[in-house]
Ligand binder design. Sequence first.
Ligand code: 9MR
Length: 617
Amino acid sequence: MGRLLMLVTAMGLTALFIASAWENPPSYEAAAADRLPRVLVNQLGYLPDGPKRATLVTGAQSPLPWRLLDEDGLKVASGLTEPAGADPTAGLNVHVIDFSAFAGSGQGFRLHSDGDTSFPFVIGRGFYEALARDAFGYFYPVRSGIAIDGKIAGSSYARPAGHAASPGDAAVNKGDRGVACLMPEQAVEAYGEPWTCKYRLDVTGGWYDAGDHGKYVVNGGISVGQLMSAYERTLYVEGASNALLTDGALAVPESGNGVPDVLDEARWELEFLVKMQVPEGEPLAGMAHHKVHDTEWTGLPLMPHEDDKPRALHRPSTAATLNLAAAAAQGARLFKEFDPRFSESLLVAAERAYEAAKAHPNLYAPASDNAGGGAYDDDDVSDEFYWAAAELFITTGEERYREDIKASSYFSGDAFREYGFDWAFVAAMGRLSLSLVPNRFSDEQIASFRASVVEAAQHFVELQQGRAFGQIYTPADGRFGWGSNHLMAQIGIIVARAYDYSGAKHFRDAALEAADYLFGRNALALSYVTGHGSAYAMNQHSRWFAHQLDPALPRPPDGALAGGPNVWLQDTIAAERLSGCAPQLCYIDHIESWSTNEITVNWNAALAQYAAFLAGE
Ligand code: 9MR
């Protein structure tokens, strides 16, 4: 059960109570608490040389005294709060506490103000390294087509390989070894046309997308791209730490093979993406199937190897094809020094995909293709064309890609949206690569790519400055949508990159402060990452990390990011329990709340890339 908040105002005093207690308290802290703290902090901690701010929920209109207490309860700093008025995203009257000037460090600090005390926190280092390791480590236990080794992932995460069989040989699991296309009558429902194909593909491997057993090329593409970008940044940004991105840094079976573990993890997905390509000689050859998943939705819990539904390949799409092209082109340059043959095969696949996309530039994935899996619909692929051309140009230096980049509206147009970027809008992926990785554009041009990142970041930072929770995703209407948490990380990545390019300290501070919201400086006083913080999300929507439904199953692994507040309350439990919520409160840590509380590879990839920056600071 999640927590519902009730705002009780009596005689000018405002107090925040938990209306329903934790069913599974994550720690003694939360168990002991019978109400949410009103002093909201980053529960992981603050860096000694970083910004240190907290948010106080109070009915008071004028400044209030605050005290910073050390582990022994002794006052080590004090000051006055800064009233910030009613926060539209929280529906609460709030003040900001700024204790940045405090220069000490240690564990067990608490902030006290207005008769209330925060969760304890660290002022120091190390906690973002642990976060980053877990965020990157999320991917191994969600691999498809391979048995998960308990000695590597932790014993409770051990499980047989999922979807590894051939459809004909398996009594239960139909497997991904020889998957056919949708049948014409199913395709009519999905696309309004009786599309099908005559071949079967081995599409074993890759990562499960989320709480379902589907595998989606667009989402896989951006996710693997972001993992690779986290690694690639360490090659070109002076001082960027690669401690977490070496061979042996993560818990993956390939550790010790001479290849950085993050690239081993990326390879697991890249090989799957390439398998989704339509074979030569078939209609739409070189295009990528948009996705593979069950032909109908399954219930929870359900282990991957116990899924008994038939799987189907869905119609190729231009978006999926370009995501494959972009990710494979990036993979080709990164694997060159480690495995030239694999690198070459990726480049061939990327070039084939790009040509196919140009020959079929508007084969869109429709919203109606949603039986048994998510649609990942997208009818604007101009951003995908830009990203793919960018990665191919960086890798090959060929003129034809430069021409396509220059002809794109994103060449000089805005590559960053209000929400930064996500699976459906990937122009930022292209811009971030073109501005980071040495390429055959002129120095002046690369400088202008960099300037555009800095300019976008400046805009985000200005918006953040007006937000009492330090949140950096600040939609103009205040309404957080599906996966809002990962957008905090996406924008954090852009702002961090502006710091890389400009060296301007205010970008570093803003990128650091943006993390506060995700780790508890929010209206729910909740860390959205499992295993990190005093009170954290742990019942995310998943068919196999389904502890809330079956105590024999594990919770999501430490480092799993919950989707986060979603004002549209698209699932039943959210609609029933959260109706009328202010945006930040439109979240429930319940396994059935797929629209507010799912886990997904693209959200964790954003978290991982962002955490790599945080850990390096
Ligand atoms: O993250 C996706 C979100 O942007 C879309 O609005 C939503 C509806 O199409 O789908 C989300 O992705 C889900 C996918 O469709 C199925 N697997 C789980 C994904 C995360 O919730």
